[in-house]
Unconditional design. Sequence first.
Length: 149
Amino acid sequence: MTPIEISAAVVVLALAVSVGLVTHELAHAAVLRAAGVPHDVHWFPGREGSVFRAGLRGKWAAVEPCPVGETPAWTLRLSATMPLVMLAPLALVPAGLVGDPFATEGVARFAVLGWMACALPSPQDFSVLWYADEALPSTGEEADAETTP
C-alpha cells in the first residue's frame, strides 16, 4: 500500500468506527423504545472540555435504561445484544447476494472492519445480558422510593 492508501484507510477506519459507535448505542435505544422502557441517551457522556476532545476519547453516546418494576428482564437482554444486528449485511455474503468486502482491494474492507468491531457487544452489554434481573428494581424498592420524602 502506498502512503496515500494507508492514510485513506486510517481515515475510513476512523469514520466507520465513529458511525458504528453511535449506531451501536442507538441499537440499544431502539429496542428499549420499542418495548416502552424509559431510557436516556447521553451524548458525549462524562465530557470534559470540548466536544472534539470528548470525541477523541471515544465515548460518543451512552444509553441508560430506567426500568420500572414491571419491565421484563428479556427486554434488557435483547437490548444488550441488539448491536449484533449490525452484522446482518455480512450474513448475505455467503448467500452470494452481496460481494465479499474482504475479497477486494481498497479501503472498503477497512470500513467493514471498523463497522464489525462496533457490532460486538461491550463488556457492559454482557453484564446486562447475564445480570438483567439484578438491574431491575423490585416492586418493594419502588414502593419505598415513592413513600420516601
